[in-house]
Design a protein around this ligand. Sequence first.
Ligand code: IMP
Length: 442
Amino acid sequence: MQNSIATAVVGLQWGDEGKGKIVDLLTSRHDVIVRYNGGANAGHSVQVGAERYALHLVPSGILHPDKSCVIGNGVVVDPEKLLQEIEGLRARGVKVGSNLLVSDRAHVVMPYHKEQDAALEDFMAGATSDQSGSLAIGTTRRGIGPTYGDKVHRTTAIRVGDLLDAAYLRERLRVICSLRTRELKALGVQAPPLDPDALAARFAEAGEKLRPHITDTVYGLHDALKAGRRLLFEGANASLLDIDHGTYPYVTSSNCSTLGIPAGTGLPMRNIGRVLGIMKAYSTRVGGGPFPTELLDAIGEGIRTRGREFGTTTGRPRRVGWLDLVAVRYASMICGATGIACTLLDVLSGVDELRICTGYRLPDGRTTDRFIPDAHRLEGAAAVYETLPGWREPIRDAEDREALPDNARRYLDRIERILGLPIEMVGVGPDRRQTLEAVGTA
Ligand code: IMP
Protein backbone atom coordinates (compact mmCIF):
# COMPACT_ATOMS: atom_id res chain seq x y z
CA MET A 1 0.00 0.00 0.00
CA GLN A 2 1.27 3.45 -0.91
CA ASN A 3 1.33 6.21 1.60
CA SER A 4 -0.94 9.10 0.75
CA ILE A 5 -0.16 11.28 3.68
CA ALA A 6 1.05 14.25 1.72
CA THR A 7 -0.89 17.44 1.02
CA ALA A 8 -0.20 20.06 -1.63
CA VAL A 9 -1.18 23.70 -1.39
CA VAL A 10 -1.19 25.54 -4.70
CA GLY A 11 -2.37 28.88 -6.03
CA LEU A 12 -5.09 28.60 -8.68
CA GLN A 13 -4.76 32.10 -10.12
CA TRP A 14 -1.83 34.40 -10.98
CA GLY A 15 -0.24 34.38 -7.54
CA ASP A 16 -0.69 36.15 -4.22
CA GLU A 17 -3.75 34.09 -3.31
CA GLY A 18 -2.80 34.11 0.36
CA LYS A 19 -1.14 30.69 0.27
CA GLY A 20 1.24 31.69 3.07
CA LYS A 21 -1.51 31.87 5.65
CA ILE A 22 -3.14 28.61 4.58
CA VAL A 23 0.21 26.81 4.54
CA ASP A 24 0.93 28.24 7.95
CA LEU A 25 -2.39 26.93 9.22
CA LEU A 26 -1.91 23.45 7.75
CA THR A 27 1.65 23.26 9.00
CA SER A 28 0.53 22.25 12.48
CA ARG A 29 -0.96 19.07 10.93
CA HIS A 30 2.18 18.14 8.97
CA ASP A 31 5.82 17.42 9.79
CA VAL A 32 7.80 18.49 6.74
CA ILE A 33 7.07 21.56 4.59
CA VAL A 34 8.51 21.41 1.07
CA ARG A 35 9.08 24.06 -1.63
CA TYR A 36 9.34 22.57 -5.12
CA ASN A 37 9.56 25.49 -7.55
CA GLY A 38 10.36 29.14 -8.12
CA GLY A 39 12.74 31.27 -6.13
CA ALA A 40 12.87 34.67 -4.49
CA ASN A 41 10.23 35.88 -6.98
CA ALA A 42 7.66 34.42 -4.59
CA GLY A 43 6.61 36.24 -1.47
CA HIS A 44 4.64 34.82 1.39
CA SER A 45 3.33 37.12 4.05
CA VAL A 46 2.22 35.50 7.26
CA GLN A 47 0.69 37.37 10.14
CA VAL A 48 1.26 35.80 13.56
CA GLY A 49 -0.38 37.98 16.21
CA ALA A 50 1.14 41.44 15.81
CA GLU A 51 4.16 40.12 13.84
CA ARG A 52 4.13 40.11 10.06
CA TYR A 53 6.73 37.95 8.27
CA ALA A 54 7.56 38.32 4.58
CA LEU A 55 9.38 35.24 3.32
CA HIS A 56 10.67 34.62 -0.18
CA LEU A 57 12.75 31.44 -0.15
CA VAL A 58 12.36 29.88 3.27
CA PRO A 59 9.08 27.94 3.62
CA SER A 60 6.76 29.64 6.08
CA GLY A 61 6.78 26.39 8.11
CA ILE A 62 9.96 27.75 9.65
CA LEU A 63 7.80 29.78 12.01
CA HIS A 64 6.88 26.48 13.73
CA PRO A 65 9.98 25.29 15.62
CA ASP A 66 9.12 21.57 15.57
CA LYS A 67 8.77 21.27 11.78
CA SER A 68 11.31 20.56 9.05
CA CYS A 69 11.45 22.76 5.97
CA VAL A 70 12.87 21.63 2.65
CA ILE A 71 13.89 23.68 -0.39
CA GLY A 72 13.65 21.07 -3.14
CA ASN A 73 15.74 20.57 -6.26
CA GLY A 74 13.19 22.40 -8.44
CA VAL A 75 13.75 25.70 -6.63
CA VAL A 76 16.24 28.34 -7.80
CA VAL A 77 18.19 29.63 -4.81
CA ASP A 78 19.84 33.01 -4.44
CA PRO A 79 22.26 32.02 -1.66
CA GLU A 80 22.87 35.54 -0.38
CA LYS A 81 19.16 36.25 -0.24
CA LEU A 82 18.58 32.96 1.55
CA LEU A 83 21.27 33.81 4.11
CA GLN A 84 19.74 37.25 4.62
CA GLU A 85 16.36 35.64 5.22
CA ILE A 86 17.84 33.14 7.68
CA GLU A 87 19.64 35.92 9.58
CA GLY A 88 16.47 38.05 9.61
CA LEU A 89 14.47 35.17 11.07
CA ARG A 90 17.14 34.41 13.69
CA ALA A 91 17.22 38.08 14.69
CA ARG A 92 13.51 37.81 15.48
CA GLY A 93 14.07 34.71 17.59
CA VAL A 94 13.03 32.11 15.00
CA LYS A 95 15.09 28.90 15.14
CA VAL A 96 16.82 28.10 11.83
CA GLY A 97 19.19 25.14 11.99
CA SER A 98 18.81 21.51 11.04
CA ASN A 99 15.10 22.27 10.53
CA LEU A 100 15.97 23.85 7.15
CA LEU A 101 17.33 21.66 4.36
CA VAL A 102 18.33 22.79 0.87
CA SER A 103 18.74 20.45 -2.08
CA ASP A 104 22.29 20.17 -3.38
CA ARG A 105 20.72 20.01 -6.85
CA ALA A 106 18.73 23.24 -6.64
CA HIS A 107 20.11 25.78 -9.10
CA VAL A 108 21.89 28.92 -7.98
CA VAL A 109 20.79 32.43 -8.93
CA MET A 110 23.99 34.40 -9.57
CA PRO A 111 24.25 38.22 -9.76
CA TYR A 112 24.65 38.05 -13.54
CA HIS A 113 21.28 36.28 -13.80
CA LYS A 114 19.64 39.32 -12.23
CA GLU A 115 21.50 41.62 -14.62
CA GLN A 116 20.42 39.47 -17.56
CA ASP A 117 16.81 39.47 -16.33
CA ALA A 118 16.76 43.27 -16.05
CA ALA A 119 18.61 43.86 -19.33
CA LEU A 120 16.30 41.55 -21.26
CA GLU A 121 13.23 43.17 -19.74
CA ASP A 122 14.54 46.66 -20.62
CA PHE A 123 15.34 45.54 -24.13
CA MET A 124 11.87 44.04 -24.56
CA ALA A 125 10.18 47.09 -23.03
CA GLY A 126 11.86 49.17 -25.71
CA ALA A 127 10.65 46.82 -28.43
CA THR A 128 6.95 47.12 -29.09
CA SER A 129 4.57 44.85 -30.91
CA ASP A 130 1.72 46.23 -33.01
CA GLN A 131 -0.77 44.00 -31.24
CA SER A 132 0.20 43.98 -27.60
CA GLY A 133 2.41 47.00 -26.94
CA SER A 134 5.46 46.35 -24.76
CA LEU A 135 6.92 42.88 -25.02
CA ALA A 136 8.37 42.95 -21.50
CA ILE A 137 6.95 40.32 -19.15
CA GLY A 138 7.17 42.54 -16.09
CA THR A 139 9.32 40.03 -14.21
CA THR A 140 10.40 40.48 -10.62
CA ARG A 141 13.98 40.95 -11.93
CA ARG A 142 15.17 38.33 -9.44
CA GLY A 143 17.03 36.40 -12.15
CA ILE A 144 14.49 33.57 -12.23
CA GLY A 145 14.20 33.12 -16.02
CA PRO A 146 17.97 33.28 -16.76
CA THR A 147 18.71 30.79 -13.93
CA TYR A 148 16.18 28.25 -15.21
CA GLY A 149 17.55 29.03 -18.69
CA ASP A 150 21.01 27.97 -17.56
CA LYS A 151 19.54 24.85 -15.97
CA VAL A 152 18.18 23.88 -19.37
CA HIS A 153 21.38 24.95 -21.19
CA ARG A 154 23.30 22.77 -18.68
CA THR A 155 26.92 23.81 -19.26
CA THR A 156 26.44 27.32 -17.84
CA ALA A 157 24.55 26.27 -14.71
CA ILE A 158 25.71 26.33 -11.10
CA ARG A 159 23.98 24.11 -8.55
CA VAL A 160 23.91 24.54 -4.78
CA GLY A 161 26.22 21.54 -4.31
CA ASP A 162 28.83 23.27 -6.50
CA LEU A 163 29.17 26.04 -3.91
CA LEU A 164 30.79 23.54 -1.55
CA ASP A 165 33.81 22.96 -3.81
CA ALA A 166 35.60 26.31 -4.16
CA ALA A 167 38.15 25.18 -6.76
CA TYR A 168 35.52 23.58 -8.99
CA LEU A 169 33.29 26.64 -8.63
CA ARG A 170 36.14 28.97 -9.66
CA GLU A 171 36.98 26.85 -12.68
CA ARG A 172 33.35 26.83 -13.85
CA LEU A 173 32.89 30.54 -13.24
CA ARG A 174 35.97 31.45 -15.29
CA VAL A 175 34.31 30.02 -18.40
CA ILE A 176 30.80 31.16 -17.57
CA CYS A 177 31.86 34.75 -16.74
CA SER A 178 33.78 35.14 -19.97
CA LEU A 179 30.68 34.13 -21.92
CA ARG A 180 28.29 36.17 -19.73
CA THR A 181 30.37 39.35 -20.01
CA ARG A 182 30.01 39.17 -23.78
CA GLU A 183 26.29 38.43 -23.61
CA LEU A 184 25.60 41.28 -21.18
CA LYS A 185 27.55 43.67 -23.38
CA ALA A 186 25.47 42.60 -26.37
CA LEU A 187 22.34 43.37 -24.32
CA GLY A 188 23.65 46.91 -23.76
CA VAL A 189 24.80 46.54 -20.13
CA GLN A 190 27.60 49.05 -19.47
CA ALA A 191 29.50 47.34 -16.68
CA PRO A 192 33.05 46.16 -16.08
CA PRO A 193 33.75 42.53 -17.07
CA LEU A 194 32.60 39.97 -14.49
CA ASP A 195 35.40 38.92 -12.15
CA PRO A 196 35.12 35.11 -11.81
CA ASP A 197 37.59 34.76 -8.96
CA ALA A 198 35.88 37.39 -6.82
CA LEU A 199 32.50 35.86 -7.59
CA ALA A 200 33.76 32.35 -6.78
CA ALA A 201 35.17 33.52 -3.43
CA ARG A 202 31.93 35.32 -2.57
CA PHE A 203 29.70 32.37 -3.43
CA ALA A 204 31.99 29.74 -1.89
CA GLU A 205 31.72 31.74 1.33
CA ALA A 206 27.93 31.74 1.06
CA GLY A 207 28.11 27.99 0.37
CA GLU A 208 30.14 27.44 3.53
CA LYS A 209 27.57 29.30 5.58
CA LEU A 210 24.81 27.20 4.03
CA ARG A 211 26.75 23.91 4.29
CA PRO A 212 24.87 22.62 7.36
CA HIS A 213 21.61 22.91 5.41
CA ILE A 214 22.73 21.42 2.07
CA THR A 215 21.88 17.79 1.41
CA ASP A 216 20.31 15.30 -1.00
CA THR A 217 16.72 16.16 -0.21
CA VAL A 218 15.26 13.49 -2.52
CA TYR A 219 16.40 10.61 -0.30
CA GLY A 220 15.56 12.71 2.74
CA LEU A 221 11.94 13.14 1.59
CA HIS A 222 11.51 9.46 0.74
CA ASP A 223 12.93 8.53 4.13
CA ALA A 224 10.50 10.94 5.78
CA LEU A 225 7.57 9.35 3.95
CA LYS A 226 8.69 5.86 4.91
CA ALA A 227 8.89 6.97 8.51
CA GLY A 228 5.24 8.09 8.29
CA ARG A 229 6.00 11.79 8.49
CA ARG A 230 3.35 13.98 6.91
CA LEU A 231 4.55 16.15 4.04
CA LEU A 232 3.11 19.48 2.96
CA PHE A 233 4.09 20.81 -0.47
CA GLU A 234 3.99 24.57 -0.77
CA GLY A 235 3.63 25.83 -4.35
CA ALA A 236 5.28 29.18 -5.07
CA ASN A 237 3.90 31.63 -7.66
CA ALA A 238 0.73 30.03 -9.06
CA SER A 239 -0.81 27.71 -11.62
CA LEU A 240 -1.64 30.33 -14.26
CA LEU A 241 2.04 31.36 -14.19
CA ASP A 242 3.15 27.76 -14.88
CA ILE A 243 5.71 27.66 -17.68
CA ASP A 244 3.82 24.90 -19.54
CA HIS A 245 0.22 25.54 -18.57
CA GLY A 246 -0.06 29.26 -17.81
CA THR A 247 -0.67 32.32 -19.97
CA TYR A 248 2.57 31.86 -21.89
CA PRO A 249 4.80 33.82 -22.38
CA TYR A 250 3.51 35.96 -19.47
CA VAL A 251 4.41 33.28 -16.97
CA THR A 252 7.32 32.46 -14.70
CA SER A 253 9.95 29.88 -15.64
CA SER A 254 8.97 26.91 -13.46
CA ASN A 255 6.11 24.43 -13.16
CA CYS A 256 4.24 26.12 -10.36
CA SER A 257 1.14 23.94 -10.63
CA THR A 258 1.22 20.67 -8.69
CA LEU A 259 2.69 19.13 -11.85
CA GLY A 260 6.00 20.61 -10.70
CA ILE A 261 6.03 18.52 -7.50
CA PRO A 262 7.40 15.23 -8.86
CA ALA A 263 10.18 16.87 -10.88
CA GLY A 264 10.95 19.50 -8.27
CA THR A 265 11.23 17.11 -5.31
CA GLY A 266 11.75 13.58 -6.66
CA LEU A 267 8.51 12.32 -5.09
CA PRO A 268 5.84 10.69 -7.23
CA MET A 269 2.43 12.32 -7.37
CA ARG A 270 0.65 9.21 -6.04
CA ASN A 271 1.87 10.07 -2.56
CA ILE A 272 -0.27 13.19 -2.51
CA GLY A 273 -3.76 12.54 -1.22
CA ARG A 274 -5.02 16.07 -0.81
CA VAL A 275 -4.56 19.05 -3.12
CA LEU A 276 -5.91 22.27 -1.67
CA GLY A 277 -6.25 24.91 -4.37
CA ILE A 278 -6.09 28.48 -3.09
CA MET A 279 -8.26 31.06 -4.75
CA LYS A 280 -8.89 34.67 -3.88
CA ALA A 281 -12.52 35.78 -3.85
CA TYR A 282 -11.52 38.03 -6.80
CA SER A 283 -8.54 38.01 -9.19
CA THR A 284 -5.19 39.80 -9.22
CA ARG A 285 -2.16 39.74 -11.45
CA VAL A 286 1.27 41.42 -11.25
CA GLY A 287 3.23 42.28 -14.36
CA GLY A 288 2.09 42.02 -17.97
CA GLY A 289 -0.20 39.56 -19.71
CA PRO A 290 -3.88 39.10 -20.49
CA PHE A 291 -6.42 39.51 -17.71
CA PRO A 292 -9.97 39.12 -19.09
CA THR A 293 -11.75 40.25 -15.90
CA GLU A 294 -9.49 43.23 -15.09
CA LEU A 295 -11.20 46.17 -13.34
CA LEU A 296 -9.80 49.57 -14.23
CA ASP A 297 -12.39 51.55 -12.28
CA ALA A 298 -13.18 52.67 -8.75
CA ILE A 299 -14.39 49.18 -7.77
CA GLY A 300 -10.95 47.79 -8.69
CA GLU A 301 -9.24 50.62 -6.82
CA GLY A 302 -11.34 49.88 -3.71
CA ILE A 303 -10.46 46.18 -3.82
CA ARG A 304 -6.77 47.02 -4.27
CA THR A 305 -6.80 49.30 -1.23
CA ARG A 306 -8.84 47.05 1.05
CA GLY A 307 -6.96 43.92 -0.04
CA ARG A 308 -3.55 45.64 0.32
CA GLU A 309 -2.83 44.49 -3.21
CA PHE A 310 0.78 45.55 -3.51
CA GLY A 311 3.52 43.01 -4.30
CA THR A 312 5.34 41.39 -1.36
CA THR A 313 8.43 41.02 -3.54
CA THR A 314 8.48 44.19 -5.63
CA GLY A 315 5.93 46.49 -3.97
CA ARG A 316 4.21 46.98 -7.34
CA PRO A 317 0.44 47.68 -7.26
CA ARG A 318 -1.32 44.51 -8.37
CA ARG A 319 -3.86 44.55 -11.18
CA VAL A 320 -7.30 43.65 -9.83
CA GLY A 321 -10.35 42.02 -11.42
CA TRP A 322 -13.53 40.00 -10.88
CA LEU A 323 -13.25 36.33 -10.04
CA ASP A 324 -12.49 34.35 -13.21
CA LEU A 325 -13.88 30.87 -12.67
CA VAL A 326 -12.99 29.72 -16.18
CA ALA A 327 -9.36 30.19 -15.18
CA VAL A 328 -9.77 28.71 -11.69
CA ARG A 329 -11.64 25.65 -12.98
CA TYR A 330 -8.84 25.00 -15.47
CA ALA A 331 -6.17 25.42 -12.80
CA SER A 332 -8.04 23.05 -10.44
CA MET A 333 -8.21 20.52 -13.26
CA ILE A 334 -4.49 20.48 -14.03
CA CYS A 335 -3.57 20.52 -10.34
CA GLY A 336 -5.98 17.74 -9.42
CA ALA A 337 -7.50 19.93 -6.69
CA THR A 338 -9.56 18.02 -4.14
CA GLY A 339 -10.81 21.16 -2.39
CA ILE A 340 -10.63 24.93 -2.37
CA ALA A 341 -9.61 27.60 0.10
CA CYS A 342 -11.27 30.90 -0.79
CA THR A 343 -9.23 33.76 0.66
CA LEU A 344 -9.83 37.48 1.19
CA LEU A 345 -13.62 37.24 1.10
CA ASP A 346 -13.78 40.18 3.54
CA VAL A 347 -12.31 42.48 0.88
CA LEU A 348 -15.55 42.20 -1.10
CA SER A 349 -17.74 43.53 1.76
CA GLY A 350 -19.38 46.75 0.59
CA VAL A 351 -19.38 46.00 -3.15
CA ASP A 352 -23.06 46.24 -4.23
CA GLU A 353 -22.97 43.75 -7.07
CA LEU A 354 -20.42 41.03 -7.66
CA ARG A 355 -19.52 39.46 -10.95
CA ILE A 356 -18.20 35.98 -11.64
CA CYS A 357 -16.73 35.13 -15.02
CA THR A 358 -18.13 31.82 -16.27
CA GLY A 359 -17.15 31.94 -19.94
CA TYR A 360 -15.26 33.81 -22.63
CA ARG A 361 -16.64 35.35 -25.79
CA LEU A 362 -14.21 34.71 -28.64
CA PRO A 363 -13.47 37.11 -31.53
CA ASP A 364 -15.68 35.00 -33.86
CA GLY A 365 -18.68 35.47 -31.55
CA ARG A 366 -18.69 31.96 -30.06
CA THR A 367 -18.51 31.49 -26.30
CA THR A 368 -16.47 28.90 -24.45
CA ASP A 369 -16.11 27.75 -20.87
CA ARG A 370 -12.55 26.52 -21.53
CA PHE A 371 -9.48 28.46 -20.51
CA ILE A 372 -6.99 29.63 -23.16
CA PRO A 373 -3.44 29.10 -21.85
CA ASP A 374 -1.82 31.32 -24.45
CA ALA A 375 -1.43 35.05 -23.95
CA HIS A 376 -1.93 36.11 -27.56
CA ARG A 377 -5.16 34.16 -28.02
CA LEU A 378 -6.48 35.00 -24.55
CA GLU A 379 -6.10 38.75 -25.33
CA GLY A 380 -8.96 38.35 -27.81
CA ALA A 381 -11.36 36.80 -25.27
CA ALA A 382 -14.00 38.89 -23.49
CA ALA A 383 -15.33 37.77 -20.12
CA VAL A 384 -18.95 36.58 -19.87
CA TYR A 385 -20.34 37.23 -16.40
CA GLU A 386 -22.97 36.13 -13.95
CA THR A 387 -24.00 38.87 -11.52
CA LEU A 388 -24.68 38.20 -7.86
CA PRO A 389 -25.85 40.57 -5.13
CA GLY A 390 -23.11 41.74 -2.74
CA TRP A 391 -23.24 42.32 1.02
CA ARG A 392 -22.49 45.42 3.08
CA GLU A 393 -21.69 43.87 6.47
CA PRO A 394 -18.08 43.46 7.64
CA ILE A 395 -17.37 39.73 8.04
CA ARG A 396 -14.02 39.63 9.81
CA ASP A 397 -15.56 38.45 13.08
CA ALA A 398 -17.57 35.60 11.55
CA GLU A 399 -16.77 32.32 13.31
CA ASP A 400 -18.16 29.91 10.75
CA ARG A 401 -19.60 29.90 7.27
CA GLU A 402 -23.15 29.86 8.64
CA ALA A 403 -22.49 33.19 10.35
CA LEU A 404 -21.73 34.95 7.05
CA PRO A 405 -24.33 37.27 5.47
CA ASP A 406 -26.75 35.41 3.13
CA ASN A 407 -25.24 36.91 0.00
CA ALA A 408 -21.70 35.96 1.01
CA ARG A 409 -22.87 32.38 1.52
CA ARG A 410 -24.64 32.47 -1.85
CA TYR A 411 -21.42 33.70 -3.48
CA LEU A 412 -19.50 30.74 -2.01
CA ASP A 413 -22.26 28.24 -2.89
CA ARG A 414 -22.24 29.42 -6.49
CA ILE A 415 -18.44 29.05 -6.72
CA GLU A 416 -18.64 25.50 -5.37
CA ARG A 417 -21.34 24.61 -7.88
CA ILE A 418 -19.36 25.98 -10.84
CA LEU A 419 -16.07 24.40 -9.77
CA GLY A 420 -17.60 21.12 -8.65
CA LEU A 421 -15.34 21.25 -5.60
CA PRO A 422 -15.95 21.93 -1.91
CA ILE A 423 -14.73 25.17 -0.37
CA GLU A 424 -12.97 23.81 2.69
CA MET A 425 -11.66 27.09 4.04
CA VAL A 426 -12.73 30.72 3.81
CA GLY A 427 -10.39 33.59 4.68
CA VAL A 428 -12.15 36.57 6.28
CA GLY A 429 -9.14 38.52 7.57
CA PRO A 430 -5.34 38.53 7.71
CA ASP A 431 -4.85 36.70 10.99
CA ARG A 432 -4.42 32.91 11.29
CA ARG A 433 -7.63 32.81 13.34
CA GLN A 434 -9.69 34.57 10.66
CA THR A 435 -10.02 31.40 8.58
CA LEU A 436 -13.30 29.52 8.61
CA GLU A 437 -12.89 25.79 8.16
CA ALA A 438 -15.58 23.36 7.12
CA VAL A 439 -16.04 20.67 9.76
CA GLY A 440 -14.14 17.46 8.98
CA THR A 441 -11.61 18.88 6.50
CA ALA A 442 -8.52 18.82 8.69
P1 IMP B 1 9.57 36.13 -12.87
O1 IMP B 1 9.09 34.94 -12.11
O2 IMP B 1 10.31 37.12 -12.02
O3 IMP B 1 10.34 35.76 -14.11
O4 IMP B 1 8.28 36.93 -13.39
C1 IMP B 1 7.42 36.40 -14.38
C2 IMP B 1 5.99 36.85 -14.13
O5 IMP B 1 5.46 36.13 -13.03
C3 IMP B 1 5.82 38.32 -13.80
O6 IMP B 1 4.59 38.78 -14.34
C4 IMP B 1 5.76 38.34 -12.28
O7 IMP B 1 5.09 39.46 -11.79
C5 IMP B 1 4.99 37.05 -12.04
N1 IMP B 1 5.26 36.44 -10.74
C6 IMP B 1 6.31 35.68 -10.40
N2 IMP B 1 6.18 35.25 -9.14
C7 IMP B 1 5.03 35.72 -8.68
C8 IMP B 1 4.32 35.59 -7.43
O8 IMP B 1 4.75 34.91 -6.49
N3 IMP B 1 3.14 36.27 -7.35
C9 IMP B 1 2.63 36.99 -8.37
N4 IMP B 1 3.24 37.12 -9.55
C10 IMP B 1 4.43 36.51 -9.70
